[in-house]
Design a protein around this ligand. Structure first.
Ligand SMILES: *Cc1c(COP(=O)(O)O)cnc(C)c1O
Length: 422
C-alpha cells in the first residue's frame, strides 16, 4: 500500500475527522475567508512552507510571538540547550528569575511577575488578582478588545470571536458574565465603586487596528484613579513589540496590572501577569488569591523567551518600526494606484488594513469595515501570490525583524497585482 500524497486538501479532510474544523484554534480554519488552510511544514525567517512545498512570506507570525522571524538560530539553540537539561521539573529555576527580572527591568512600575502558560491564563488570573485586591466584583471591558477565552472576558470579544460571527459564546452561563460590563471604545466609561478593574488593549489589534484617540488612555487612567478602580493593560500583543518597555513606555502611562504573552515566549507557550510588589502580595503563597500551574515558568519557554527578549534592543525596535512604515506606505500606495478604497493604519510596528475610506474608531465601525466582503478576496489574491496574511479581517499584520526591505517590496509588488485584481 502506498501513502496518499500529502496535500493541504488531504490534511484538511483528515484533520476535520479528528479535530473540530480541522484546527486547534478557530481563526486557522479559513472559515471567514473560505478555502483550504495551508498546513505548515516548516518556517524560517519571514517565510513559511506548506506541506506541498509552497513558500509564503508570512505576516501571521504566530499572531505575534515571532518578532525575530521564524526559527531564529539563537532561540532554537536556547531551546535545545534547555531541553537537554530536562523539560519540566515542578521546582523553581534560575531561568524564571531571569525572565521576571528582564520583564520588570523593561517596564516602569512593574515590580513582580507571575509566569503562566498563555495570554488567556494571564488575563484571567490578572482579573482574579484585581478582584481579590479590591474586594470588588465588576470588570469593565471595551467592545472589540480581545483578552483571551476566559468566560468573563469573552463578551463582545474581537479576533476569532468576532471572526466566527459570535456575539457571545455558547457555554458561558449568564452568571459568568453578569459582572462584566462592555462599553464602546474611545468613550470614557462611567465607573463606580463596584468596578474592580478596567481592562484595555492599549493598542487594540484584535478588531483590526483601532488606536485610541489622542489623550484617551490618560483619561482612562484618571477615571480609574478617581474611582479606586485598577487599570489593566492587556499587553499580550503590545508587550515588547511596541517598544522595549511595551505600551507603558510607548504611551508614558502606567497601569496597575499588566498581562503579557506572545512575544515573551519566543514561540513557546508562555504568559505572565504582574503589578507592583504591594498588589502582588495578594497572590498565593503570599496572599489569598490562588493561582497555579504545572508547566508555569517552563524551562524551555523561559529559555526561548529570555533569548528573544534580549535580542530586542532599541536598534531592533527602530528597525521594526522602519519595516512597518515601509509596509504601510507601500500597501497604501498599491491600493491608491489600483483605485481600491482602503485604510492602512499603523501604530509603531503594528500594521492594520480596512477596506473602507475612514479609520474605524470603535467595534461597530470596525465590524462594518471588516464585513464588507473585500478582505477575503484580497486575502486569496495575496495567498495565490505567496503572501500569507491572517485568514481573518480582524487580525493585525506582524512584520518581523526578518522581514527585510526586499521582502517588504516583494509583498508590495504582490499587493499591487492583488489590488488590481479586485
Ligand atoms: C492573543 C491575545 C490574548 C490571548 O492569548 P492566548 O495566548 O491566545 O491565550 C489575550 N489578549 C490579547 C490582547 C491577545 O492578542
Amino acid at each position: 500500500m502506498t501513502n496518499p500524497p500529502v496535500t493541504n486538501k488531504a490534511l484538511f479532510a483528515r484533520g476535520q475527522a479528528v479535530m473540530p474544523g480541522g484546527v486547534n484554534s478557530p481563526v486557522r480554519s479559513f472559515r471567514s475567508v473560505g478555502g483550504t488552510p495551508y498546513f505548515v511544514d516548516n518556517a524560517e525567517g519571514p517565510y513559511v512552507w506548506d506541506v506541498e512545498g509552497n513558500r509564503y512570506i508570512d505576516y501571521v507570525m504566530s499572531y505575534g510571538p515571532g518578532i525575530l522571524g521564524h526559527s531564529n538560530v539563537a532561540v532554537i539553540d536556547a531551546i535545545q540547550q534547555a531541553a537537554g537539561r530536562g523539560t519540566s521539573y515542578g521546582a523553581p529555576t534560575l531561568g524564571e528569575i531571569e525572565m521576571a527580572e528582564e520583564l520588570c527591568a523593561r517596564v516602569p512600575g512593574l515590580e513582580m511577575i507571575r509566569l503562566v502558560s498563555s495570554g488567556t491564563e494571564a488575563t484571567m488570573s490578572a482579573i482574579r488578582l484585581a478582584r481579590g485586591a479590591t474586594g470588588r466584583d465588576k470588570i469593565v471591558k471595551f467592545a472589540g478588545h480581545y483578552h483571551g477565552h476566559a468566560d468573563a472576558l469573552l463578551a463582545a470579544g474581537g479576533s476569532g470571536v468576532a471572526n466566527q460571527g459570535l456575539s457571545g459564546c455558547d457555554g458561558v452561563p449568564a452568571n459568568a458574565v453578569a459582572d462584566t460590563v462592555v462599553v464602546p471604545w474611545n468613550v470614557v466609561p462611567e465607573l463606580d465603586d463596584s468596578v474592580a478593574v478596567l481592562v484595555v488593549e492599549p493598542v487594540p489589534a484584535n478588531m483590526g487596528l483601532v488606536p485610541a484617540r489622542d489623550g484617551f488612555l490618560q483619561e482612562l487612567r484618571a477615571a480609574c484613579d478617581a474611582n479606586g478602580t485598577l487599570l489593566m493593560f492587556d499587553e499580550v500583543i503590545t508587550g515588547f513589540r511596541l517598544a522595549r518597555g511595551g505600551a507603558t513606555e510607548w504611551f508614558g502611562i502606567q497601569p496597575d496590572i499588566w498581562a503579557f504573552g506572545k512575544v515573551i515566549g519566543g514561540g513557546l507557550p508562555v504568559g505572565a501577569y504582574g503589578a507592583s510588589t504591594e498588589l502582588m502580595q495578594h497572590i498565593a503563597p503570599l496572599g489569598g488569591v490562588y493561582q497555579a500551574g504545572t508547566l508555569s515558568g517552563n524551562p524551555l519557554a523561559t529559555a526561548a523567551g529570555l533569548t528573544q527578549l534580549r535580542l530586542l534592543t532599541p536598534d531592533a525596535y527602530a528597525q521594526l518600526e522602519a519595516t512597518a512604515t515601509r509596509l504601510q506606505a507601500g500597501l497604501a500606495s498599491a491600493f491608491a494606484g489600483a483605485g481600491v478604497t482602503a485604510i492602512v493604519p499603523r501604530v509603531g510596528p503594528l500594521v492594520g488594513l480596512f477596506f473602507t475610506d475612514t479609520q474605524p474608531t470603535n467595534f461597530d465601525e470596525a465590524q462594518a469595515a471588516a464585513e464588507n466582503g473585500v478582505y477575503p478576496r484580497f486575502f486569496h489574491q495575496m495567498l495565490d501570490r505567496g503572501i500569507a496574511l491572517a485568514p481573518g479581517a480582524y487580525e493585525a499584520m506582524f512584520p518581523s525583524l526578518a522581514h527585510t526591505d526586499q521582502v517588504i517590496d516583494t509583498t508590495i509588488a504582490a499587493a499591487r497585482e492583488a489590488a488590481a485584481a479586485l
